[in-house]
Design a protein around this ligand. Sequence first.
Ligand SMILES: Nc1ncnc2c1ncn2[C@@H]1O[C@H](COP(=O)(O)OP(=O)(O)OP(=O)(O)O)[C@@H](O)[C@H]1O
Ligand SMILES: [Mg+2]
Length: 233
Amino acid sequence: MLEIRDLRAGYGKVDVIRGINLHVAPGECVALVGANGAGKSTTLKCICGLNPVRSGQILFNRERIDGMPGHVIVRRGITMCPEGRQVFPEMSVRENLEMGAHTRGDSNQESDLQSMFDLFPVLRQRERQLAGTLSGGEQEMLAIGRALMAKPKLCIFDEPSLGLAPRVVAEVEQTLRQIRAMGTTILLVEQNAAMALRLADRAYVFEAGEVVLEGTGTELQSNPEVSRAYLGY
Ligand SMILES: Nc1ncnc2c1ncn2[C@@H]1O[C@H](COP(=O)(O)OP(=O)(O)OP(=O)(O)O)[C@@H](O)[C@H]1O
Ligand SMILES: [Mg+2]
């Protein structure tokens, strides 16, 4: 579904992504793990058209999408749930969810909105509340719901558990499992490598802008280097 070939990207004079190759098959959950500054978020932004690609190719369903503007990529079926949630604080919960669907041409939004409220009952209770007044966990659920409202084929998550209490992190993990069970393909970046490797069918380990290891979630969980560097045992 997604294929990245020899991707290079960066800021100013520096290439922070230095020839990355990776792929995601339909229905898979693929994780990117690695230290701070390894280039995970930059890779995600390149996929979504939010950061320029210096060389290499990004293909989605065998078509090149690198160089396309972000809104066109959303229409092709890729959405991102960004790091730090980035909900619209002065808009209500309902309006934030509606924003997620604004690139869609169809009129089934109300029923999809109700399915989001079924998935996240707390958002139904807070439907008219301003998003800026929600707790961190509620904002994360809203950001996830907003991403799903575009009906993506591939949904990208950047650090969904960051800064959340352990109980809420467990809820996020459960939600990602549900989204996957609904048939949405997932690309996940997580500093919580234990959670990422539990969820992922496959994962790539990033180091200084390169992929240094790849394998199934289970393989990487039992890899001594990975456990020492990222799992803390
Ligand atoms: N807008 C920017 N301008 C300049 N340098 C940037 C910018 N965004 C990221 N960088 C640099 O690019 C490198 C890769 O950053 P990136 O955010 O992609 O890493 P990451 O793997 O997502 O890390 P983190 O775990 O901190 O989120 C880092 O050295 C970072 O400082
Ligand atoms: Mg990041």
